[in-house]
Design a protein around this ligand. Structure first.
Ligand SMILES: NC(=O)c1ccc[n+]([C@@H]2O[C@H](COP(=O)([O-])OP(=O)(O)OC[C@H]3O[C@@H](n4cnc5c(N)ncnc54)[C@H](OP(=O)(O)O)[C@@H]3O)[C@@H](O)[C@H]2O)c1
Length: 360
């Protein structure tokens, strides 16, 4: 018998061990990144740009360096882009550490997400023109750089009227939140979802997309000195409830469920005890027909790469929410590319509640 109750896991042990939760999740198959930042486009090198390069895996603060790297000539089906902004996500850190499910050939340019402006298009490029804003379709592009030559098919157009930070952080976390709220359960207005790491980029997108659909969110975060301010910030973007991890085992949860339905879906980005505590509160847990699913947005994008319509439709939906003011970028700290050491250091710190975004 099927009970509409699920726990979806998107990662585990947050910053320290970003591997997928082995005991309950399928680990994604290791694949090579599609694009090597040094070898893409066989054309002659016309110029150089600046890029954050790592030549071996290890501690990002030790192995990442700002270098001049070649920019190949723009091929017939290529676009020359100027990167505008690119976040530092946990998966970027794990790629540099060598612990992520996909690892580009070394040397590699860091970064998988970001927004770029098209400067020049090849003679056979149909869908893009100079001035357009684009984001990567897949992981592995190496976005921590000032310029790149990319295949037309490697990027997707986004409106250039949306805020820069929204565009720069659109392709990974809001897409992950969108899929998890769309594909696991038939969620209706008034239903509830519970999630941990609710102040993460994914968590903030879950809060806002759920609120736009009339879905309640119960948001679990770690306690901290500025808990009240963070709680207020999450409520201001649409969080129904914000609670501390330790509250999950306390009687106050009974009070909460007097005014809020039991969650149909639990979203876990932490793993371990935090994940099992979420499970305890799922609707109909007593019947134990809880289903646990792993989710990896990169796999979703690859599974849908043969037909770009599903990705296009999702990006259009998300951009429409952004344009209506219903989906804002996560709290961000903007850092010049040249100050990358500071940004990488901050990205590795707990309790920052702010996404580091490199500005090129
Ligand atoms: N599977 C997928 O497709 C997919 C896609 C996107 C993201 N993710 C994963 O989802 C998670 C969030 O990504 P993001 O980019 O949104 O992250 P982010 O904005 O960098 O935020 C990191 C989050 O992890 C929390 N955290 C760190 N260490 C923790 C610990 N030991 N215990 C509990 N919480 C901890 C932080 O909470 P504090 O403020 O308390 O430090 C914060 O909420 C990451 O694990 C990421 O790898 C998976």
């Amino acid at each position: 018998m099927w009970f509409p109750v699920r726990l979806a896991c998107l990662g585990g042990r947050a910053v320290c061990d970003r591997g997928f939760v082995g005991a309950i999740l399928q680990r994604p198959r290791r694949r090579e990144a599609k694009v090597s930042p040094f070898s893409h486009s066989a054309g002659r090198c016309a110029q150089t740009c600046q890029a954050l390069v790592y030549r071996k895996h290890g501690d990002p603060s030790r192995v990442v360096e700002l270098e001049d790297v070649p920019v190949p000539q723009t091929g017939e089906k290529d676009v020359l882009v100027k990167l505008l902004a690119s976040p530092i996500n946990p998966s970027d850190i794990n790629m540099i550490q060598g612990t992520y499910a996909i690892l580009p050939d070394l040397p590699a340019v860091g970064g998988n997400e970001g927004v770029a402006q098209v400067l020049e298009v090849g003679s056979q490029v149909k869908s893009l023109k100079p001035g357009d804003w684009v984001i990567p379709r897949d992981a592995g592009l190496g976005t921590w750089r000032t310029e790149a030559v990319l295949a037309e098919d490697d990027v997707i157009l986004v409106p250039n009227g949306i805020p820069l930070l929204s565009a720069a952080t659109l392709g990974v976390n809001p897409c992950t939140a969108f899929r998890m709220l769309s594909d696991f359960e038939d969620l209706r207005p008034g239903d509830s979802v519970i999630q941990n790491a609710a102040n993460s980029g994914v968590g903030q997108a879950v809060i806002q997309i759920a609120a736009a659909r009339g879905i309640n969110t119960i948001n679990v975060i770690r306690d901290r000195p500025d808990f009240t301010q963070l709680c207020d910030r999450l409520k201001a973007i649409g969080a129904s409830h914000v609670i501390k991890e330790e509250s999950l085992r306390r009687p106050e949860m009974k009070e909460l469920f007097k005014t809020c339905s039991k969650p149909k879906l639990a979203l876990n980005g932490v793993g371990g005890k935090s994940a099992t505590e979420l499970l305890r509160h799922l609707h109909a847990l007593i019947f134990k027909n809880v289903k646990v699913r792993g989710f990896w947005v990169t796999q979703w994008k690859r599974d849908h790469s043969h037909d770009g319509r599903a990705f296009r439709a999702m990006v259009d939906d998300l951009c429409s929410l952004i344009q209506k003011g219903k989906l804002t970028a996560p709290a961000c700290t903007e850092v010049c590319l040249q100050d990358y050491e500071k940004a990488l250091g901050a990205a590795l710190q707990p309790f920052t509640s702010s996404k580091q975004v490199l500005i090129m």
